[in-house]
Design a protein around this ligand. Structure first.
Ligand code: NDP
Ligand code: F7E
Length: 326
């Protein structure tokens, strides 16, 4: 029987990578009907619109990769947008999927759900054990609510709603906005422009000392579908009813200064790298414990330098007009 799969957020970096992978599987003969809507066609913060869409399409499977997403500056500048839009999207999609008989759902959270001073690497059971990082607390609260929505519907209604918690992601389709993006695309753009203009120095935000873990979006898409495809008994055997989320990461982290040096090398920038202490560092370290997922049989394949080079090639191929405006 053909499975109808709704990919929410298919125009985004992660949703796009998941869609490409599912299209390839359909092309290889798997019985899949893929349903997509842009935010202009369906605003997922609109409860009535989401209810009508779910009633019309009745997806068997929902992949929730739509969210209000941004880097440290965007999170810090628009906290109301980040908490409101993400809570609304999650409530509407998860509830209406339940109400219209979706048999399995996978939603994406984030590594920022964990307390800011938590032991590294961060285990799934560190959730709700301490104070969150203030620069992204509203977004993190919404992402924690997403996990608890899934768990609550599973416990009360017997649904099969799952959550993956990705580390910092990058790759083709990323947002290269100079202020609102995450660090990796921001640095690709800044170092590329500096190399092209022959600038003597590039300034990165904060002290350069924070450590981050980066995962290529193609690895992320593969991991998401790996978790989605697990038989329910296997998912349940590896999680607990009230601790049901699964970390996804590469298992390796790097300082922001070393990341900047790597980006400089890849983009051909040979000048000085300066730091800007007036910009926030955010959490000093975020490294996922990926033991739960690797015990199930998945681990990352794309190394940071290889992934960075591919992403830079994609960035160059877009030209200035192919990049997102905000
Ligand atoms: N990027 C990262 O480093 C990380 C991402 N994540 C999570 O992964 C998921 C995907 O992120 P990513 O692909 O990077 O984000 P993007 O910003 O690339 O994509 C998000 C997508 O969500 C859609 N969307 C946003 N608001 C609405 C709305 N109101 N109605 C309908 N659609 C909406 C947008 O659709 P449209 O284009 O049609 O407007 C957009 O394509 C998110 O849940 C995010 O929190 C987790 C950890 C790290
Ligand atoms: C995925 C994750 O993303 C966000 O958290 P974050 O990890 O702090 O994200 P970031 O990529 O923006 O920064 C990482 C580090 O890098 C430094 N940094 C240097 N120079 C630039 C720079 O030019 N831009 C940016 N954005 N950061 C820079 C920056 O100061 C910080 O120390 C949250 O949205 C959170 O909610 C979330 O889920």
């Amino acid at each position: 029987m053909t499975a109808r799969v709704y990919i929410a957020g298919h125009r985004g970096m992660v949703g796009g990578a998941i869609l490409r992978r599912l299209q390839a599987r359909r092309g290889a003969g798997e019985a899949l009907e893929l349903v997509t809507r842009s935010s202009a066609e369906l605003d997922l913060t609109d409860q009535r619109a989401v209810a009508a869409f779910m009633a019309e399409t009745r997806p068997d499977i929902v992949i929730l990769a739509a969210a209000r997403v941004g880097g440290i500056h965007a999170n810090n500048s628009y906290p109301a947008d980040f908490i409101y839009e993400n809570l609304m999207i999650e409530c509407n999609v998860i509830h209406q999927a339940f109400a219209h008989g979706t048999r399995r759902l996978l939603q994406l959270g984030s590594s920022c759900i964990y307390p800011r001073a938590v032991a590294q690497p961060m285990r799934e059971d560190a959730l709700l054990t301490g104070v969150l990082e203030p620069t992204n607390e509203p977004y993190a609260i919404a992402k924690i609510a997403g996990i608890k929505l899934c768990e609550s519907y599973n416990r009360q209604h017997g649904t099969d709603f799952r959550s993956v918690m990705p580390t910092n992601l990058y790759g083709p389709g990323d947002n290269f906005h100079p202020e609102n993006s995450h660090v990796l695309p921001a640095l690709i753009r800044r170092f590329h422009e500096a190399a092209r203009e022959g600038a003597g120095s590039v300034t990165i935000w904060g002290s350069g000392a924070p450590r981050r873990e980066f995962l290529h979006v193609d690895d992320m898409a593969e991991a998401a579908l790996f978790v989605l495809d697990l038989p329910k008994a296997d998912y349940d055997a590896n999680t607990e009813p009230m601790l049901s989320h699964i970390n996804v990461g590469s298992g390796e982290d790097i300082t922001i200064l070393d990341l900047a040096r790597l980006v400089a090398r890849v983009t051909g920038f040979a000048g000085e790298i300066r730091t800007d202490p007036t910009r926030p560092d955010g959490t000093m370290r975020k490294l996922m414990d990926v033991g739960r997922l690797s015990a199930m049989g998945w681990s990352a394949r794309i190394g940071l330098e290889q992934g960075l080079r591919e992403t830079y090639d994609w960035f160059l191929a877009q030209g200035a007009h192919g990049l997102r405006a905000k």
